[in-house]
Design a protein. Structure first.
Length: 140
């Protein structure tokens, strides 16, 4: 019973944390090229993790290949992620890259979508009266 009650509320914390991380990472590290190639991975993995949480209502995998299945229907985006993965295999840790337009557009659109996330989630998702009753029962 407790898991059902807390389910949606508990998952909001990682979404807010990830969103803040992505916003900082993208705006300061990728929006003005050249940027570190690995920063694309941080940002994409984080955005896809949010999609995972939204879709499956569970904590997300950190494996990019598993997360990218969420956008597999977007062939252009998926293709750019494939190219990025290939570049990573042959590049050094600190390699820089010019802006990747398709990825930047996706990142920007997701950031815009997530800006309104907090507004949507202002509705109470946890029934505190029920939780209080449960807490009192446990104490007895």
């Amino acid at each position: 019973m407790l898991i059902v009650i807390l389910g949606s509320g508990v998952l909001l914390r990682p979404v807010y944390f990830i969103h803040a991380f992505v916003l900082k990472g993208f705006r300061y590290k990728l929006s003005s090229p050249p940027g570190l190639l690995k920063k694309y991975f941080y940002v994409l993995r984080s955005l896809l993790a949010i999609k995972w949480i939204e879709r499956y209502k569970e904590l997300a995998s950190i494996v990019l290949d598993q997360l990218r299945k969420l956008v597999a229907d977007d062939k252009l985006l998926d293709g750019e992620i494939s190219k990025l993965l290939e570049r990573k295999r042959v590049s050094l840790e600190k390699d820089v890259a010019p802006a990747i337009t398709v990825l930047n557009k996706y990142i920007e659109s997701e950031l815009e979508r997530l800006e309104s996330y907090g507004e949507k989630s202002n509705e109470r998702t946890v029934e505190f009266d029920t939780l209080n009753e449960l807490f009192l029962e446990v104490l007895e």
